[in-house]
Design a protein around this ligand. Structure first.
Ligand SMILES: NC(=O)c1ccc[n+]([C@@H]2O[C@H](COP(=O)([O-])OP(=O)(O)OC[C@H]3O[C@@H](n4cnc5c(N)ncnc54)[C@H](O)[C@@H]3O)[C@@H](O)[C@H]2O)c1
Length: 245
């Protein structure tokens, strides 16, 4: 018996990194999974290998959200889980961050969670309830001079999560946010110059290493499963002790 038997879960940004690890883990635990992404070839391969479904969707596209939810319910008869995982990182502080960058980072990292929760809430309530996980970051707890728009969006996820948790609780829908520290995925690997040596241990992380996408997937699995039935409106940190330090 799988920990996600009977669940139907949408994961945004499923082509690689944490979304890919979640797709693999959740299907192995019995869920039927739909991944969305803008990287068609990578996402198609991930879905095929895991026995999941891929739908091309840019998370900032409102009409596309309706289509994703309709197709999911049409194929699997319900939707009981949503992971608002897709994200982009731009390493620009306040003075370097122009309006186009600010707008795009906000659309993909913040507005997407609003659109996703709104699109899924009705069908999820009709499915008997469910669980939504919004992926923030340790950047949602601290100020940083290097990623202004990203930090703003990841803080916003906390307010949206708490507000939605209260509003959707009567519909049987739980909403939590997770806050990863440095995780070894393409998002951070792609920031390094091509051909450069792998970096040493990350600074200010007591456990002395980057986390893996699989470790984050296990936390999200818990939040999507009935094992977390009394958790809602929570902010769960997975950061090797970074915030504690
Ligand atoms: N890696 C880290 O250190 C770290 C730390 C804290 C939080 N996070 C967050 O975790 C989440 C997953 O990141 P990751 O590390 O797996 O990064 P990643 O770059 O490896 O994966 C992100 C995925 O999102 C997809 N995506 C980007 N823009 C999209 C769009 N407009 N529509 C649909 N899909 C889109 C990408 O194509 C990619 O497949 C993100 O929200 C990120 O901000 C990552």
């Amino acid at each position: 018996m799988g920990r996600l038997d009977g669940k139907v879960i949408i994961i945004t940004g499923g082509a690689r990194g944490q979304g890919e690890a979640e797709c693999k883990l959740f299907t192995a635990e019995g869920a039927r999974v739909v991944i969305t992404d803008v990287l068609d070839d990578e996402a198609s391969a991930v879905a095929k290998a895991a026995g999941a479904t891929f739908i091309h969707h840019d998370v900032s596209d409102e009409a596309g959200w309706r289509r994703v939810v309709e197709l999911t319910v049409g194929e699997y008869g319900a939707v009981t889980g949503l992971v608002n995982n897709a994200g982009i990182y731009r390493p620009e502080g306040l003075l370097a961050c122009d309006m186009d960058t600010y707008r795009r980072v906000t659309e993909v990292n913040q507005t997407s969670a609003y659109l996703g929760m709104r699109a899924v809430a009705g069908p999820m309530a009709a499915s008997g309830g469910g669980s939504i996980v919004n992926v923030s970051s340790v950047a949602g707890f601290i100020g940083q001079p290097v990623n202004f728009a990203y930090t703003a969006a990841k803080w916003a996820i906390r307010g949206m999560t708490r507000s939605a948790a209260i509003e959707l609780a009567p519909s049987g829908i739980r909403v939590n946010s997770i806050h990863p520290g440095p995780i070894d995925t393409p998002m951070v690997r792609n920031l390094r110059p091509a051909g450069s040596e792998p970096p040493g241990p990350p600074p200010r992380v007591p456990l002395g290493r980057r986390g893996t996408a699989e470790e984050v997937a296990l936390l999200v699995l818990y939040l999507l499963s009935d094992e977390s039935s009394y958790c809602t409106g929570s902010e769960i940190v997975i950061d090797g002790g970074m915030i504690a330090g």
